[in-house]
Design a protein around this ligand. Structure first.
Ligand code: ADP
Ligand code: MG
Length: 449
């Protein structure tokens, strides 16, 4: 059930609406004067928060923000699902910052995310909102000395953003206590409640007060998450706005069947077609990612790699360069699959298939964000075929496949076909193959093993 309280910016009347699935257009229409204007003013945010949004250049709320913010501001538990790149962070961060009371003492809100990179990114958003309201936030994540974090915690914080392992370490050590916690947020909630993280997350939850607001957001919330959520929340409001698997996105899918020994050349060809944007290439293992990045570097591509074997400073360096466009090609494991918001990524390559349909959705969702266009290329070797068929079934979609190297296969847009047989183009067709910008390096390419 969704219950929204919106204030009309035109006539100032409050609009209360209740529905089972949120429809932002209806919910945001004023019953008194029919205004459909979408504005952050509808939510009665504090002037400092509105000013911070202005500084960020953000003026109109996105559908998930329209739908999720009212129940969140009312203190209700919320399960929020909306497609990748649709503004879920602000959907919970704005109400979180608004609901924290400056100087109340103790941690009031805790945000848990699955990766260090995402923790840094979410904290960055919180830092843009919190100081103006005299709210202090702290970032806790592994791979670096906990001493600075301990000092920061000792000085006091209203909001903690962190990864589960490090947050739990602080809790065990007694350097983080949360008796006054009002709000717990699980970003990428399905991942946080899945096998890998669930033991730590559940332990963390056991340290929090029962009377808290629990918020779970993700682009993918499979049915089993509901059982987990029921254990940790009270009468949650479900807010679901055009999930990736339901609505056509701006992502153009291109699926190539390719033999293993031709994959590297196929990748090089895609990279040669790269225009100004950045490219994210997903491999499966840490070692495979490192090797692939090395091979690309040896033949002259401006590439970096992100995988769990790197030291934390090296991870942060490569992310900073990728964000700045100084390293426009990033080869990564699934550590980059969830949540990362990097401007200018216009191509994602599944060099190796992900393990699940959920990971596929998150990987490709690193492009085509906030309504922009993006291309996702997936390579399928003959050995991958049974796995790919399972993935298509789980996604409820069938993708047109093209053999790599077949006439006009390179760089051409593809049609996506839903399982009801309707063929739909996933985005407007390009008029022809992109122009080659660089000649391929004539040196013989080493092949990744
Ligand atoms: P999600 O968590 O849904 O994948 P993010 O919260 O990372 O998406 O947001 C994606 C991008 O959209 C970010 O760069 C963010 O700054 C931007 N964004 C968020 N809300 C708005 C808005 N209301 N208007 C414009 N841009 C927005
Ligand atoms: Mg997100």
């Amino acid at each position: 059930m969704v219950s929204n309280l919106l204030v009309c910016p035109d006539c100032g009347r409050e609009n209360q609406s209740t529905s089972t699935d949120s429809s932002p257009e209806t919910d945001s229409q004023c019953a008194t004067c029919d205004s459909t204007e979408l504005s952050f003013n509808n939510f009665r945010l504090s002037p400092s928060t509105l000013k911070a949004l202005d500084v960020m250049g953000i003026s109109e709320p996105t559908p998930i923000q329209v739908a999720a913010m009212p129940p969140l501001l009312e203190g209700k538990d919320v399960i929020g699902q909306a497609k990748t790149g649709s503004g879920k962070t602000l959907a919970y961060a704005l109400p979180m910052v608004e609901r924290c009371e400056p100087g109340a003492g103790g941690v009031q809100a805790l945000v848990l995310v699955p990766t260090r990179e995402l923790a840094i990114q979410v904290d960055d958003v919180v830092q843009k909102l919190a100081p103006a309201r005299k709210i202090r936030s702290i970032l806790l994540y592994g791979g670096r000395s906990p001493t600075l974090e301990q000092h920061a915690l000792a000085r006091g914080a209203d909001i903690v953003v962190g990864t589960p392992g490090r947050v739990l370490d602080h809790m065990w050590q007694g350097t983080l206590r949360v008796p006054n916690l009002k709000m717990l947020i699980l970003d990428e909630g399905d991942e946080m409640l899945d096998k890998g993280f669930a033991p730590d997350v559940e332990k963390i939850i056991s340290f929090t007060p029962q009377q808290r607001q629990t918020v779970i957001v993700s682009a993918t919330l499979p049915p089993w998450v509901k059982t987990m959520v029921d254990r940790h929340s009270r009468n949650p409001v479900t807010v679901r706005v055009d999930s990736d698997t339901e609505s056509p996105s701006q992502i153009e899918h291109v699926v190539y069947t390719v033999d293993n020994n031709r994959k590297f050349d196929a990748l090089r060809s895609l990279l040669d077609d790269r225009e100004n944007g950045s490219v994210l290439v997903f491999g499966r293992t840490k070692w495979g990612v490192q090797k692939l990045a090395q091979c690309l570097e040896e033949v002259g591509y401006p590439v970096g790699s992100l995988q769990g074997n790197l030291s934390q400073p090296a991870r942060e360096r490569v992310m900073a360069k990728f964000r700045a466009g100084r390293v426009p090609i990033l080869v990564a494991t699934n550590v980059a699959a969830r949540g990362l918001d990097v401007a200018g990524v216009d191509l994602v390559v599944n060099y190796e298939l992900p393990e699940s349909e959920r990971l596929f959705v998150h990987r490709v969702g690193r492009t085509g964000r906030m309504g922009r266009e993006g291309v996702a290329v997936t390579f399928i070797t003959p050995e991958d075929m049974p796995k790919w068929r399972r993935m298509e079934r789980d996604l409820g979609r069938e993708f047109v496949r093209k053999a790599w190297g077949s006439p006009r296969s390179e760089g051409r847009p593809q049609q996506m076909q839903s399982q009801n047989g309707n063929s739909q183009s996933s985005r407007p067709q390009r008029s022809g193959p992109p122009q080659r910008r660089r000649r391929r390096n004539p040196r013989t390419a080493p092949q990744p093993a």
